[in-house]
Design a protein around this ligand. Structure first.
Ligand code: SF4
Length: 325
């Protein structure tokens, strides 16, 4: 029996591609990737529903490196979809070899996304992944050149599909026929396509090219402030954020909180001057219960180093003028 490994987002297309192969007697395993910008929750749920084994890999470091300089550029937002797919296929190819799989597949549909799933984009993904000859796209295979897997008789081309375009009609019909009732709505799930997030991300990448995975995680939390020229402040909005911020602090980051009044936790990252730290203390103080104290004591701590500063907390107007959208 042929063994296949599929890029499995957990969306309907990846579910149908997996089922299509399984219905031909091909053994199917899914692989899902995790970065700060997308997770594997949908994949885990859909794989469980279809009883497909799923491998989950954290690729945050490799993905961020690619995101900073994608060979094929970005889509409408900050989504480097061609390079992202190529990276996923390249990493999946390593798992294919290690795990003795015969080929890779995905739920990509020709023409479904004008930028990243047109014929040229699919070819570019195959080439950039370094493993193009072992990639099958079962949902559109009959519109694409014959693959080695079809020639080798691992899959029957006649039983693959010729879906193309943006309409979901055929996929929905297949889902009905094959009893796939519970599947996620299309789209969503990648922060690199969300305007509210990419403004923050763009500003960070432009000013701090060495930003790392922890910086990406911080971007998702709380309120964000720029401390010119090269530091950033993240301030928790709630207890959950405060705990996440504490857990993310690196030895080079400063943690900031009011000493005697309840309030949020702030984290200063980057290269912070003394003036930056005082500004950060005034911002953090402005969100706490001591916001009306004129001489608020704020703890500024980095590793074992801890000291107290006295600041006048910023007013609501000052905070509103400094916070990043
Ligand atoms: S939408 Fe996000 S996860 Fe999907 S291919 Fe594009 S960059 Fe990658």
């Amino acid at each position: 029996m042929a063994k296949s490994l599929g890029l499995f987002s957990g969306g309907l297309d990846s579910m149908l591609a997996a089922l299509l192969l399984r219905r031909q007697g091909v053994e199917v395993t899914g692989i899902a990737f995790v970065t700060p910008f997308f997770g594997a929750e949908k994949a885990v749920k859909s794989a469980a529903a279809l009883e497909i084994p799923l491998i989950v890999r954290d690729i945050a470091v490799e993905h961020l490196e690619m995101l900073k300089n994608p060979r094929y550029g970005y889509g409408r937002n900050l989504n480097p979809c061609i390079d992202c797919h190529a990276l996923m296929f390249r990493l999946a190819a390593g798992v294919m070899t290690e795990g003795g799989f015969d080929f890779l597949f995905s739920g990509e549909v020709l023409g479904q996304r004008p930028m990243s799933q047109n014929l040229n984009a699919l070819k570019a993904v195959a080439k950039a992944s370094g493993t193009g000859a072992r990639i099958l796209r079962p949902l559109s295979a009959r519109l694409l050149p014959v693959t080695a897997m079809e020639r080798e008789g691992l899959v029957d081309r006649e039983r693959l599909l010729d879906i193309q375009g943006r309409s979901r009609r055929r996929q929905e019909e297949l889902a009905r026929q094959w009893g796939v009732i519970d599947y996620p709505a299309p789209g969503g799930g990648c922060l690199l396509t969300e305007k509210s997030f990419i403004n923050r991300l763009r500003e960070l990448l432009e000013s701090t090219p060495e930003a790392d995975v922890t910086d990406m995680e911080l971007l998702k939390l709380g309120r964000r402030f720029r401390l010119p020229p090269s530091a950033w402040l993240t301030v928790g909005r709630n207890q959950e954020h405060n705990e996440a911020i504490r857990g993310l602090a690196r030895p080079t980051d400063w943690l900031i909180h009011a000493r005697e009044c309840a309030g949020p936790l702030g984290l200063v990252s980057g290269s912070a001057s003394e003036e930056n730290l005082l500004t950060a203390a005034a911002i953090v103080g402005g969100y706490g219960k001591g916001k009306n104290c004129q001489g608020l004591l704020v703890t500024v701590r980095r590793g074992e180093e801890s000291r107290m500063v006295e600041v006048a907390p910023f007013s609501a107007e000052e905070l509103a003028s400094r916070i990043l959208p």
